[in-house]
Design a protein around this ligand. Structure first.
Ligand SMILES: C[S@@+](CC[C@H](N)C(=O)[O-])C[C@H]1O[C@@H](n2cnc3c(N)ncnc32)[C@H](O)[C@@H]1O
Length: 310
């Protein structure tokens, strides 16, 4: 288990300052606060920062880690104007509401925006969320407790074809036999905890691993993405962002899976065709080898950086 104070390893840590050209007076939007790594880098460079996270626990942790700065913390229901000279605002909300909230709070346009998608290490390893196959817990997987459907619910109601399609979306090579086994198994006992699911996957895959990753990794990722509507959220988020940027403002999206990266790539292509955005690099930026040594999780991280033209 994670030490409760061990901090999430921030992807592209220390690089944002140069990539975004942070300087005092910049206003920066961090759509995925997590343990506050990117927010802290911007604050320490003298930027004013607006940070979003839907997870209350993540917000508490970030405020604890970024001790030198004190945020104004608000919820979605906040209606009154924020003092114009704020240095850090934290908003507890799903980022899909970003336009509506920035409008309501009369926030200025941003010089830079970052979204670092997926869960933090803290969320994956913290007790009671059912996101890790290393401990036996109920298969919940919700990052936002107001969501109604858990992973155990999906394993109960999706039919074999739907389960197989879900696992195929994350390129799980055993998608079909795992789906078949789930349907067979649940006719005997409902699959409600991580041990049941992990054992079932291990039986189907005969303990085969793909490189260094655990055989259950992809199935867990597929369920987490579905429970938290992660792909839908990205699709709803991206078209809102160009309007929130100032001219020449930069937008960076960090994704950890080819399916997410494709959504980002298609969005960028569309906005490039419309001459609204232009990509800074032809290829996404990948982590440096030394980062991979510290955090193997970042091996699949891709950062796409684009600039607003108009
Ligand atoms: C990978 S972590 C960010 C880590 C952060 N950059 C750091 O350095 O510590 C992603 C964070 O985004 C949050 N998140 C994921 N989806 C979200 C959404 N739709 N709206 C708001 N926050 C979201 C998660 O709760 C999590 O805390």
């Amino acid at each position: 288990m994670i030490n409760p104070v061990q901090r999430h390893f921030t992807a592209f840590k220390g690089e944002l300052k140069n990539l975004f050209g942070f300087q005092p007076g910049f206003i920066f939007l961090d759509l995925t606060l997590g343990d506050g790594g990117h927010t802290q880098e911007a604050l320490e460079a003298g930027c004013r920062v607006v940070s979003f996270d839907l997870d209350e626990e993540a917000i508490k942790r970030a405020v604890g880690f970024v001790k030198a700065f004190t945020p104004i913390i608000v919820g979605e229901e906040q209606n009154s104007k924020i003092p114009e000279n704020f240095s850090w605002i934290v908003i507890k909300s799903n980022f899909v509401k970003v336009s509506e909230i920035c409008d309501k709070l009369s926030l200025p346009k941003f010089n830079g925006i970052i979204a670092d998608l997926g869960p933090s290490q803290f969320q994956v390893l913290s007790e009671g969320r059912g996101l890790s196959f290393s401990v036996n817990e109920p298969l919940d997987m919700r990052m936002d407790q107001s969501l109604g459907v858990t992973a155990a619910d999906l394993l109960k109601v999706l039919n074999e074809g739907e389960l197989s399609e879900l696992f195929s979306m994350v390129d799980e090579p055993f998608a079909k036999p795992i789906a078949r086994m789930i349907v067979k198994q649940r006719a005997i006992t409902p699959i409600e905890n991580t041990k049941q699911l992990t054992d079932l996957i291990l039986r189907v895959k005969k303990f085969r691993t793909e490189g260094r990753i655990h055989p259950a990794t992809k199935v867990y990722m597929a369920l987490r993405m579905a429970v938290n509507l992660e792909r839908d959220n990205i699709r709803l988020l991206l078209p809102q962002l160009p309007d929130l940027l100032q001219k020449d403002g930069l937008l960076g999206i960090i994704s950890f899976h080819s399916g997410e990266d494709k959504i980002v790539k298609d969005f960028i292509r569309d906005y490039e065709d419309r001459k609204i955005l232009c990509a800074i690099n032809d290829k996404p930026i990948e982590p440096k080898p030394e980062e991979l040594l510290i955090s193997p999780r970042t091996r699949s991280a891709k950062l796409r950086l684009v600039k607003k033209n108009i």
